[in-house]
Each structure stands twice: as structure tokens, then as C-alpha cells.
Design a protein around this ligand. Structure first.
Ligand code: PGA
Length: 226
């Protein structure tokens, strides 16, 4: 069984009470023995990326429920600690998270993040022991040195209900791997019904889920079906 990365990107969603509720539901699902069968997660690295404001609570809940879940941040400052109003730096993120999403198309497009800035963010992540999950929109997007996990997320597929075909996603993943990237994930309108079409592809090592990760029950179906 290949190693799969199942990443939840909550984007700018969820308060503290909603975070508590989400983890209570996912815990129930993961620890459930109702079917007489434990969740098959030994080959799955589950990574949840809440907003910065919920990272601390998410970490406490993971400890409390003893969940096999890692945390990721959705962004990182391109600078070290200091006079950078509004920024959250790698040292602060490392207190809670193992991963960080860098270069999501929403940040590239809505916040004008350049390749130069993203390269700096990757360097900051590495310096602080965080694994970058670097998002690209196609096989041509520049990938900074030191990236091991790339998420291929075509813009047309994000939040549209119109995913890429598994065959095309697989061929893009294959090209990205030829550049020396170890793991390539697919993201864009992944749902419980279509997840296995992607995770069963030879060059795809997991998925990045936005909208369908907000409901814990739906996300747990994605984990099960992956
Ligand atoms: P979606 O988002 O699953 O809602 O399409 C994916 C993403 O933006 O990471």
C-alpha cells in the first residue's frame, strides 16, 4: 500500500467552537468500532490546516483525543520574527504544526504573491523544520529548491465542483516527479465520491481538500475512501 497524504485546507473558515465540534466528530469517526473495524489509516498521513487562530486549539484537541492527525499552517511569513505587522513566522508556526501550505493559487492571485516571495517562504519553512506543501497550477509552475511535496491544483477545479480528470492529473504529477519531487498531491473539487479515482493513480500520492474538508463527516468519508 502506498503512502498517501490527505490534507484538509480549511481556508478562512471556522471559529474556536466550530473547531471543537469538527474534532469531536472526526475523533468519533476515527475511533469508532461500530463496524467492528478500525479506520484503515496506517498508510495515511492526515494533515489538517486550520486558520492561524485555531492552530493552538486544534493541537490541544489532537492531544486530548489522541488523534493520528498532523497540523499544517496555510501560509508563512517570508521573514523571520521582527517588525512585520500582521505576519506569522516559522518559529511561531513550528510550535503547533509540521507542515505549511505555500503558494496556493488564492494567495498568488488575490495577494499577488510572486515566485521570489514563495521561494523565500519555502526557505523560512525549511529553516524552521516545517515541510512545505507547495501548490502549483500546472506542470510548468516554478518550484523552489528543497520542496518534497507538491500539490497540483488547476485553478478551474478549485471550488468549482469540476475536478480535473484523474488521467490528466496523473500525467501532470508524472512530469512534476521527473523534476525530482518525491510526492505529488492532487487538489480541486475532491469529494468522497471521486477521491479514489485520484489516489489510485500511479503518480498521485494524495489529495488536498478544501470545501469538502469543512464538514468532519464528509472529510472522514474522504479518508476512508482514499
Ligand atoms: P476545493 O479546494 O477542494 O474546495 O476545490 C481545494 C483547494 O483550494 O485547496
Amino acid at each position: 500500500m502506498k503512502q498517501l497524504f490527505i490534507v484538509a485546507n480549511w481556508k478562512s473558515n471556522k471559529t474556536i467552537p466550530q473547531t471543537r465540534e469538527w474534532f469531536a466528530v472526526i475523533s468519533n469517526s476515527i475511533h469508532s468500532t461500530n463496524s467492528g473495524q478500525e479506520f484503515q489509516i496506517s498508510n495515511k498521513e492526515i494533515i489538517v490546516c486550520p486558520p492561524f487562530t485555531a492552530l493552538s486549539m486544534a493541537k490541544s484537541l489532537i492531544d486530548q483525543y489522541k488523534l493520528p492527525i498532523k497540523l499544517g499552517a496555510q501560509d508563512i511569513s517570508p521573514f523571520r520574527q521582527g517588525a512585520y505587522t500582521g505576519e506569522v513566522n516559522g518559529k511561531q508556526i513550528r510550535e503547533f504544526a509540521d507542515y505549511v501550505i505555500i503558494g496556493h493559487s488564492e494567495r498568488r492571485i488575490k495577494f499577488q504573491e510572486s515566485n521570489e516571495m514563495l521561494t523565500q517562504k519555502v526557505a523560512m519553512a525549511k529553516e524552521h523544520g516545517l515541510t512545505p506543501i507547495f501548490c502549483v497550477q500546472d506542470a510548468q509552475t516554478q518550484i523552489p529548491d528543497g520542496v518534497t511535496i507538491v500539490a497540483y491544483e488547476p485553478v478551474f477545479a478549485i471550488g468549482s465542483g469540476n475536478p480535473d480528470t484523474p488521467e490528466n492529473a496523473d500525467s501532470v504529477a508524472k512530469i512534476i516527479k521527473q523534476k525530482g519531487i518525491e510526492y505529488v498531491l492532487y487538489g480541486g473539487s475532491v469529494k468522497p465520491e471521486n477521491v479514489v479515482n485520484f489516489t489510485s493513480m500511479l503518480s498521485i500520492d494524495g489529495i488536498l481538500v478544501g470545501g469538502a474538508s469543512l464538514d468532519a463527516q464528509t472529510f472522514s468519508s474522504i479518508i476512508k475512501n482514499a
